[in-house]
Design a binder for this molecule. Structure first.
Ligand code: TXA
Ligand code: MG
Length: 316
């Protein structure tokens, strides 16, 4: 079994010698390797069973490191970083030649962010290279928000798990592309409203398409193993009564077995609790998970996006 610990120096040593380490961030845990070392990056794709067409996010310590991976940074991108970096914001920018094609799946652009987590910052500060890191889960499954989540699925196939506690944001970063006009490719831990307050109206990429701009935005992503249905929960409870349903509710569990994301109706708290709740329900005795949407504002939009994908393409 892969060791879990809080030894940042050990994590740095492993990464310097071409290994792969699970690293905490404020959003979700990432599975990291030296972004400039193709052999190390290959190990990430293998451990996650991730298809090579799905590019990785590169994590940088600061603006100097950003300049080593991004060839050009438009003013609006700078502005967003000044306001929200370090934080749950990923920018898609033209890449430098130093970034291997493997990292970007052959795209001329690189996705890059600076995480806002003390252990991640300390680790990046010890290294002379950026870290390529997708979420530390098997491809298609729910992202991990604790070290134990990582160990449950990738333990044994990675070199070390750096434990940084529970992720405080709980859903992945918001991805903004600057390949043309600014466009949100994935809603995440930074709200659309917050971004628009800084750079004005921003288009949001269509939610499900066969050829999505962010390949990880395929439908049936973030999926539980158990079927997950979204709708009006009292109606769903009646319809699926025979299948041992469990509820994934926003402010209530409707008096049945299940999870409450935020008693007070706070979408940020719901985002923080979402993936752990999905995992618990997936491991419970329930036959089917019944979920409901949050109001479509703030992080509610990003939570709804994850629910939609988890519920996609399921036969009822
Ligand atoms: O919060 C996060 O973003 C976490 C933490 C670990 O930083 N990372 C994460 O990575 O969620 P991952 O690999 O699970 O999701 C990355 C998404 C994928 O949908 C991928 O297709 C997209 O970013 N992406 C990566 N590089 C891209 C690029 N050059 N152009 C467009 N999309 C890109
Ligand atoms: Mg992921």
């Amino acid at each position: 079994m892969t060791e879990i610990g809080s030894d940042v120096q050990r994590a740095a040593r492993i990464l310097k010698s071409g290994g792969i380490v699970a690293v905490p961030t404020e959003t979700v845990y990432g599975l990291a390797a030296n972004a400039f070392d193709e052999k190390a990056v290959t190990k990430i794709f293998k451990a996650k069973n991730r298809p090579a067409f799905d590019p990785l996010i590169v994590h940088v310590a600061d603006d100097a490191s950003l300049a080593s991976v991004a060839a050009e940074i438009p003013e609006a991108a700078h502005k967003l970083r000044r306001h929200f970096g370090p934080g749950p914001l990923t920018l898609v920018l033209p890449k430098t030649a130093q970034v291997p094609d493997l990292v970007t799946s052959g795209l001329p652009h690189v996705a890059v962010r600076t995480p806002n987590h003390p252990a991640a910052a300390e680790l990046l500060g010890m290294l002379t290279f950026p870290l390529a890191a997708p979420s530390a889960n098997p491809f298609g499954y729910v992202s991990p928000v604790t070290a134990a989540h990582v160990a449950a699925q990738l333990g044994g196939s990675i070199d070390y798990i750096l434990d940084g506690g529970r992720c405080t944001v709980g859903i992945e970063s918001t991805i903004v592309a600057f390949t043309d006009r600014p466009k949100i490719l994935r809603l995440g831990g930074l709200s659309q409203e917050a971004i628009e307050a800084v750079i004005g109206p921003v288009e949001v990429a269509a939610e499900s398409s066969a050829n999505p701009a962010a390949p990880g935005m395929l439908t049936a992503h973030y999926a539980t193993k158990k079927p997950l249905v979204i709708g009006h929960i009292p109606t769903l409870l009646k319809a699926h009564n025979e299948r041992s349903p469990a509820v994934l509710g926003f402010t209530s569990n409707y008096g049945t077995a299940g999870e409450i994301l935020s008693k007070s109706g706070d979408p940020d708290e719901a985002a923080r609790n979402l993936f752990a709740a999905m995992r618990r329900l997936d491991e419970s005795n329930a036959g089917i998970i019944l979920a409901e949407f949050l109001p479509e504002s703030g992080l509610g939009r990003a939570v709804n996006d994850r629910l939609r994908r988890a519920g996609a393409d399921r036969k009822l």
